[in-house]
Ligand binder design. Sequence first.
Ligand code: GDP
Length: 327
Amino acid sequence: PPPTKRKGNPRLLFMGMRRCGKSSVQKVVFQKLPPADTLYLETTNRIESASMQSFMHFESAEIPTQLPVLSPDFDHSTIFSNIGAVIWIIDSQDEYLTSISELLRVAVFLAEHYPRTNFEVFIHKTDGLSEEYKYDTFREVRQRVQDELSDYGYGDRSVSYYQTSIFDHSIFEAMSKVIMKLLPQLPAMETLLTKLCSTCRIQKAYLFDTVSKIYIATDASPTFLKDYEVCSDYVDVIVDIKQLYGWRDKSPVDNRDEPQHAADVSFVGESVVTFDRSGDTYIYAREISDSLSLLCLMGQGSGADKKVLIDYNVDILHDALLQVFKV
Ligand code: GDP
């Protein structure tokens, strides 16, 4: 069945042609399936859903292409009425004109019936494509969709485009951006992180959902996939250190069954500052709660000596986050 409505949870619906990668994306992002294992996924003929309980309860579903969801006798409200974002996946390694015309039907339908649903386009399977081809494809898809939507009178409808692949970090970065838009706490979190960055001279700060490696907020400066990659790898380091040493005293009777948010953010973990050679930057990593991690990038010459200052400011950020999620 399609996922049930639960307030505040980001709910996503994947659509696209057969074998464009809908199941793969769901399984890699929300079920941690190794990307190579998606080769053997069977084609699905029913609505398949996935969910992940971490800091948030992410819910997603995919609609098999052959379901006539737009036909008048199909009860589309059961499918679309609670959805935060529809993600249309285009296989960029395949002929994609058919996919674009289907995409347009759905985009127009949504604009007419569910104008508050975000519409996102993943130009997918970009691995193995040359940089030039990747760029041209991206531009062509965006141009075509934009032009056609204007012809239909929906030129002002905002559609976002992402280049994605399950074989690198790009799918996680794109999913982060899609999900962030659905969080009512986003503006508050963004303001807090932007403030942290300016106070401590941090280049970029991400608040990560530790398990999924989706970031649920970042500061207002521009985002680059490379920054995400570096930080995302250090989320693993946090998890490893925690498993090895345990960053806080925890009684064996864990309060796992308690509702996530409030109980979960009531402590702050240790912090680490380390130098990342690949990015030539310092990384500040700190566990904010059982399921949230803060990762910051700093330029050279602004390293370990600032740890105390950042720790202090992150304590303040932590308390402010508590307030944000109390609502
Ligand atoms: P669905 O029918 O839309 O659910 O498509 P699947 O998820 O079953 O994927 C179809 C095929 O595309 C599988 O063999 C996947 O391994 C492959 N695939 C999915 N994502 C990617 C990607 O990012 N890059 C490449 N090269 N192949 C992908």
